[in-house]
Design a protein around this ligand. Structure first.
Ligand code: BGC
Length: 990
């Protein structure tokens, strides 16, 4: 049984963390004695390597080291740093950087300092700390941290990919499912000498879960993650020193289909992929590659790797194990002690090398772009061999593992029909359940999952399409009761329908277990409007439901793809809500690798099979927008270097498809997907995105010191802007394409010259206002136009309208959705309405195309944090911060009270930024926090300088603040790091 008892929240330690903690406690006292500085001086904290805390098994030759500095004192700065990296904790404690001593570096840099010491070798243990000097020259060491290196050379791998002998034919039926059991792999070995360190390196074609001497190894789920396994696979590294014992030992693993060979996306629904059923996408038979390395205290090393001496069984309890379809567990088939020494495995088969399964010929179907004019876009088949192929590259997993993060208790149990119980968990999320049950052996329970109920109380599953999303549990008949949690599947749900439960279930029969990539959450937002507060929670829940190894469109139905359009719309919001640096570092590899031969980026990455054209306008631009955003949020220029050749190829493709610097209508016609009532022509959208991508390229080139390219892309952007102006912009600021999305995109992407911006903005505002009726909010934007809608309104003097629309409860709007009962962001504004159920606002909606956890419209969070709370960066990495809160004018909304206070924070890569404000008709109060070693510019609402107070003091007497100028209704102030309470009077004209 999976040990979910250990579920933890983000802030508690993982097994890696626990090891590191023990190490820190051991030598922590030494660091303290070195630190002589006062409590006010600068403290280096939050040490990360490649965005990870104490990571194991890196394969970067020069890992990048990051820390934060904290101080209680205003205006504290880091003036100098010194990094020590040592080969042992004792050497580090003695302040000897035998691997690297950076010496004192005069620098305020805290982000991504590249290791520049002795070449690092496979398995190297690195212990490190940083000393920072503050502005007064006081020095302080950080606590120690660590990382280890993985296997850097192909020769380091002594193990082979192994499999069971697979004699099943390639499955090709469309009207039934093929759901093979998860396989158990095991091997025993002896340890006779004293162990210094034991490490497992492992991967699978499929998904795996490791065990050693009866204990689960690590807590990662769905390892090794999704890649295009033909090109690349990831491996994980685990420290198992504490699990290895002297004498006989047993290592084991579960291996299931996962993304590699299970049902994937909408392959079955749309008739594509292998044999048109969307399973066996990368191969037919899962395989395991693992190697346990034991280092003995005498310096010798032994490797126990996967090979033909391992034993495999398919007779265990996990009878079905499919990501989309669900898991079937027959507890009667549990093999107690199978990963303990002495277990009788004589009935188990011997493993074979994965390659020995030979070839398995089949046909792979996918859409193909026409190659000659006039030819149709159609699905074509091609022969493939589903036999084992060694991934071309094996890389250390660069992301954050999926973990069990939180548990949820049911809020209600109903029984729509006899013997059927529905547990309402009160929150839509992605994950699994823990089932608790007692009853006779052989009793079979069925668990179906859904996001919603029909009005008559039945479970709604139409929107899952071909995802069966059903688990089965067969009891072993334990008189003390039994508990179970599936291992190799997950679902998107709020409701669990249980059939076959013996007796009447108690509330603890079902517990929800929330799963997602363990990205630390980094923000909070509260304000005077409770609907907006629920909306913020809904955005965060939807992010958590979709950040599961990759950013997906939805967790419930048969898609779960890394849709690129959704990703680029949402990426800025994602960086506000969580530390997604490592998560995107991983997915950007998949995105770059999925670049099409033409140079464009696909509609989703990884791209297992093509659907329609291999690209779509605005979806393909994710290849530029996502790296740009990650650079901006985390100050990461290496990600830009790595993506650079692909990004250049993309811009070349964009240039080659354009005439006269204008966009074209080509590819998949998603455009302003799910727009309500207005259609924006694709060539218009394409022109905007062409310009946007060129502009961002120019900025990224400059950041990489590529001056010529920066100028070249700046010129390209200027040319597109000019062509855009000629074709679409009228002198009065109106656009030839008169849709809200057209205005929102043009303003957001800087296509409107400064002198007409306000007029163009007013036209947008007039359209939004003009469309408003007693029941309709007036908004017409879809996925693409909604993200920039409120930011541009707030930037063109229409902030009151932006806030009013944000607070609207009319269709379509965020408030409408929340008032219909949403606990997550829905794919459509009216995915469910109290009046029409799943038929939408107009009564005609397709209930099948209706996800209740789709993050795109949640991109409004970017405006909530950046405009309403006013927390923004002023350049990459939040080294400079802009505090620019935009409260609405009291009385500006006839429908309700405009938001009059906001309390928000964001844990940026530089530290916590806070903005809390309150506004009355005559006064404005603003409390802010600017992290140490950064500075800020505050745009404070004030009628004049004289009325500004900082705490109790007049502005002129306040420490750390400098008045720069009055700008309209605001005082512009430069502030040093620290906490400030501002108050001001505001003029009646506001
Ligand atoms: C997905 C979207 C995606 C779209 C392309 C849908 O099926 O769920 O979020 O971007 O297809 O238009």
């Amino acid at each position: 049984m999976i040990n979910i008892g250990m579920v933890r929240r983000h802030d508690s330690g993982s097994s890696i963390g626990r090891l590191a903690t023990a190490f820190m406690v051991a030598i922590g006292w030494l660091s303290l004695t070195i630190n002589s500085a006062s409590a006010d001086s600068l403290r280096p904290v939050g040490l990360q390597v490649e965005y990870l805390v104490n990571p194991l098994g890196l394969d970067e030759a020069q890992p990048r080291l990051t820390w934060r500095v904290e101080s209680n004192e205003r205006g504290q700065l880091q003036t100098v740093y010194r990094i020590l990296v040592s080969s042992s904790s004792a050497t580090l404690a003695a302040n000897q950087g035998d691997l690297w001593d950076s010496a004192k570096v005069l620098s305020d840099e805290t982000l991504n300092v590249s290791y520049a010491g002795q070449p690092l070798v496979s398995r190297q243990q690195c212990y490190w700390k940083v000393c920072v000097w503050d502005k007064n020259g006081k020095a302080r060491w950080s606590d120690p941290a660590m990382w280890t290196m993985g296997l850097l050379h192909a020769e380091d791998w002594r193990a082979d990919y192994i499999s069971f002998r697979d004699t099943t034919p390639v499955f090709s039926k469309k009207d039934s499912l093929f759901l093979p059991p998860a396989q158990q792999y095991r091997k025993e070995f002896a340890v006779v000498k004293k162990v210094r360190r034991a490490t497992i390196y492992a991967t699978a074609l499929g998904i795996y879960e490791l065990h050693l001497n009866g204990a689960r190894v690590g807590d990662a789920l769905f390892a090794p993650g999704w890649t295009d396994y033909h090109q690349r696979a990831y491996y994980q590294t685990y420290d198992v020193t504490s699990l290895v014992t002297s004498g006989r030992n047993a290592i084991g693993a579960w291996v299931a289909d996962g993304w590699y060979s299970g049902y994937l996306g909408f392959g079955l629904l749309t008739g594509i992929g292998t044999e048109k059923i969307g399973r066996s996408t990368y191969g037919k038979t899962p395989a395991l590659l693992a190697q346990l390395e034991i280092e003995y205290t005498d310096g010798s090393r032994e490797t126990i790797g996967t090979d033909k001496t391992w034993k495999i069984s398919a007779d265990g309890p996990i009878r079905e194990a499919d990501f989309l379809m669900g898991e079937t567990y027959d507890a009667r088939q549990e093999m107690s002690g199978w990963v303990r020494a002495g277990f009788n495995d004589t009935q188990w088969q011997s493993a074979i090398l994965a390659a020995e399964n030979g070839s398995s010929l089949s046909t792979f179907y996918e859409w193909q772009n026409p190659t000659t004019p006039g030819e149709k876009l159609e699905i074509k088949g091609r022969p493939i061999d589903l036999g084992f192929k060694r991934p071309a590259k094996l890389e250390a997993f660069p992301g954050l593992p999926v973990r069990a993060i939180e548990e949820i208790k049911p809020v209600a149990i109903t029984s729509p029909t006899n013997g059927v119980y529905i547990f309402n968990l009160g929150q839509n999320f992605a994950g699994v359940v823990r089932l608790k049950v007692k009853g006779p052996a052989g009793t079979k329970l069925q668990l179906r999952y859904g996001e919603m109920l029909y009005p008559d109380g039945r479970l709604m599953t139409e929107n899952l399409r071909k995802a069966r999303a059903t688990d089965f549990y067969i009891l072993r008949g334990d008189k003390d009761g039994e508990t179970w949690t599936p291992r190799f599947t997950f679902h998107g749900f709020q409701f669990v329908e249980v059939t076959g439960y013996p007796g009447k279930p108690q509330p603890d029969a079902i517990t929800g277990i929330v799963l997602h990539s363990d990205t630390p959450m980094t923000s909070n937002f509260e304000c005077s409007d409770p609907i907006a507060n629920r909306l913020f929670k809904n955005v965060v829940w939807t992010q958590r439901a979709n950040f599961l190894d990759l950013p997906t469109d939805c967790p419930q139905r048969d898609e779960r793809f890394g849709w690129t359009g959704d990703a680029q719309i949402y990426v800025q919001t994602a960086t506000y809500n969580a530390d997604v640096a490592a998560f995107y570092t991983k997915w950007l590899r998949e995105l770059m690798e999925s670049q099409r031969p033409s140079g464009t980026f696909p509609g989703y990455a990884p791209m297992p099979f093509q659907h329609g054209w291999d690209f779509g306008t605005a979806w393909c631009d994710a290849g530029i927008i996502c790296p740009w955003t990650i650079w901006q949020a985390y100050g990461d220029t290496r990600i830009l270097e790595r993506c650079w050749p692909n990004m250049v190829a993309f811009l070349n493709w964009r240039k080659s498809t354009s005439t006269n610097f204008l966009g074209v209508a080509h590819g998949n016609e998603w455009g302003d997907w799910l727009a309500v009532g207005e259609k924006t022509p694709l060539e218009y959208v394409d022109t905007c995105y062409f310009a946007f991508s060129a502009n961002l390229m120019s900025q990224m080139a400059a950041a990489l010191g590529k001056a010529a390219e920066a100028a070249e892309y700046a010129a390209l952007f200027a040319n597109i802007k000019q062509s855009f102006g000629k074709k679409y912009l009228q002198p009065d600021g109106m656009l030839a394409v008169d849709t809200q999305t057209a205005y929102a995109l043009a303003l957001f992407m800087d296509l409107i010259p400064a002198d007409v911006r306000d007029k163009t903005g007013q036209r947008l505002a007039a359209k939004l206002r003009g469309g408003e009726t007693a029941t309709n909010s007036g908004m017409t934007t879809g996925f693409l136009g909604t993200r920039p809608l409120l930011p541009v309104l707030s930037s063109v003097g229409e902030n009151d309208l932006a806030v009013k629309h944000f607070q609207s409860r009319k269709f379509p709007s965020w408030g409408y959705e929340v008032s219909q009962g949403a606990t997550t962001i829905w794919e459509r504004w009216d995915s469910f309405t109290k009046d029409n159920g799943f038929q939408g606002n107009n009564g005609k909606q397709n209930a099948e195309m209706n996800s209740f956890a789709h993050y795109s419209f949640g991109a409004v969070c970017e405006w909530m944090m950046g405009n309403l709370a006013g927390i923004r960066r002023d350049g990459p990495g939040y080294k400079k911060i802009l505090i620019y809160p935009q409260p609405p004018t009291p009385g500006s909304n006839q429908e309700g009270e405009p938001i009059h206070w906001v309390k928000a924070h964001y844990d940026s890569v530089a530290g916590r930024i806070e903005s809390n404000w309150k506004r009355t008709a005559t006064r404005f109060e603003l409390s802010i926090t600017i992290p140490a070693n950064t500075s800020g510019t505050v745009y404070l609402l004030a009628k004049d300088v004289a009325s500004i107070r900082v705490g109790q003091r007049a502005l002129a007497k306040a420490e750390g603040v400098k008045f720069v100028r009055m700008q309209g209704d605001r005082a512009v102030l430069e502030v040093q790091s620290g906490k400030y309470n501002f108050s001001s009077e505001i003029g009646s004209k506001l």
